[in-house]
Design a protein around this ligand. Structure first.
Ligand code: DSN
Length: 425
């Protein structure tokens, strides 16, 4: 196996804490040598990485620019304002709050802004591709609110809008979430918008997975159709681990109040800075190319998997994500995911709609193309990627560790030609 030589670039860390520095170095190597297919992950640029490791983290800034509870905000106010203005420009919204610590707190702030405990809320069921925070039972959002859930049709793997409408009109939720974590198809924000208006609900688009595709024009924007947009910043958007809430002006106050002081204390200013950098990158023409390349790669990978007899939920993909049902391959998702990991292909096991198996041992594997596209792999490489997945899944079924090791070597070899952004080579 070809092993890239890493120069470790954290001298202070290495001197102060060699044990931890060694772990960071090992993670750098792992991220360099493996094909990372988890659709919610990515590689940030070196600039985003640097911004998130700055002295901005030393500062407390409860409040908002110009209205803080601590002095010394001369620079921090400007950092946050830059992030906010860039978010407004990239997504075409009136208002942006860049302070939520991550996606789950961002969504919790939405509930705080628009619902009272016990109110009915509606979202896609987690095993159908939704998110825990869309009112699923084990989450605080399903315990403190009355969650009603829609899904996808068993025959098509697609959302049935007649069913969503019927449920919304029957249950009259205060808040409806659209979006999710395992949805391979374009989200019809206009259809959700019509239903929410008819039902008198606040419509929230959770675009965490596809924010970068929206920013780059590779997925339709929810802006004309929804009340609130919630997103993480670290998936297709290629920013730091963080989140944003965006809306029309009429909801600005309620959202801001819900984030602070409703839910959070001081914002993580180093993260805010890195969000600002990522949004600047997302405003460049090269990011449009990136977003479209992510989708082109996913479509090419889906075709190559279908040609090898894989069963894909909904029959393919429109975005960055592919959900494989491995039932016909007779290999459970978890066994396949763990074997692929040994083969240097990092995926996650996932339920598929109507999965007869349990969430901790489901039938599916979820993959996506944001990370490999960030490294510069193109549609020309997707047949090779599908072939590796095919060999990995077959080896998982046969318990063939040698075959997995062979794939791992080939993966690492190809990836030496595609250095990942932000990683020392
Ligand atoms: N954990 C995210 C994902 O992997 O999709 C969702 O929160």
């Amino acid at each position: 196996m070809t092993t890239p030589q890493h120069q470790y670039t954290h001298p202070a860390l290495a001197a102060a804490d060699p044990e931890l520095a060694a772990l960071v170095g090992a993670e750098e190597r792992l991220q360099a040598e493996t094909l990372r297919l988890i659709p919610s992950e990515n590689y940030v640029s070196a600039a985003v990485l640097e911004a998130s490791g700055t002295v901005l983290q030393n500062k407390y800034s409860e409040g908002y620019p110009g209205r803080r509870y601590y002095e010394g905000q001369q620079n921090i106010d400007q950092v946050e304002t830059l992030a906010v203005e860039r978010a407004k420009a990239v997504f075409g919204v009136d208002h942006a709050n860049v302070q939520p610590y991550s996606g789950s707190p961002a969504n919790l702030a939405v509930y705080l802004a628009f619902a009272e405990p016990g109110d009915t809320v509606m979202g896609m069921a987690l095993p159908m591709g939704g998110h825990l925070t869309h009112g699923w039972g084990v989450s605080a959002t399903g315990k403190w609110f009355r969650g009603v859930q829609y899904g996808v049709r068993q025959d098509t793997g697609l959302i049935d809008f007649d069913e969503v409408r019927e449920l919304a009109l029957k249950e009259r939720p205060k808040v409806i979430f659209c979006g999710g974590t395992a949805l391979p198809r374009t989200i019809d924000f206009a259809a959700f918008g019509e239903i929410a208006r008819e039902a008198g609900a606040v419509l929230v688009a959770d675009v965490a997975h596809i924010a970068g595709l929206i920013a780059g024009g590779a997925h339709p924007s929810p802006v004309p159709h929804v009340d609130v947009i919630s997103t993480t910043t670290h998936k297709t958007l290629r920013g730091p681990r963080g989140a944003m809430l965006m809306s029309r002006e009429e909801h600005a106050k309620a959202l801001d109040k819900a984030v602070f002081p409703g839910l959070q204390g001081g914002p993580h200013n180093q993260t805010t800075a890195a969000i600002a950098v990522a949004l600047r990158e997302a405003s460049l023409p090269s990011f449009r190319d990136y977003a479209h390349a992510v989708v082109a790669n996913a479509k090419a990978l889906a075709e190559a998997l279908l040609a090898r007899g894989f069963d894909l939920v909904s029959g393919g993909t429109d975005n960055h994500l592919i959900l494989m049902d491995l039932t016909p391959k007779q290999v459970p998702g978890k066994i396949a995911a763990k074997a692929l990991d040994r083969a240097g292909i990092v995926v996650n096991y996932n339920t598929v709609p109507y999965d007869p198996r349990k969430p901790f041992d489901p039938s599916g594997v979820r993959i996506g193309t944001p990370s490999l596209t960030s490294r510069g792999l193109t549609t020309e490489h997707m047949d090779q990627v599908a072939e590796w997945i095919d060999r990995g899944v077959a080896a998982a079924g046969a318990g063939d560790e040698q075959a997995l090791a062979a794939v791992r070597a080939e993966v690492a070899d190809l990836l030496t030609a595609f250095p990942a952004p932000g990683l020392p080579v």
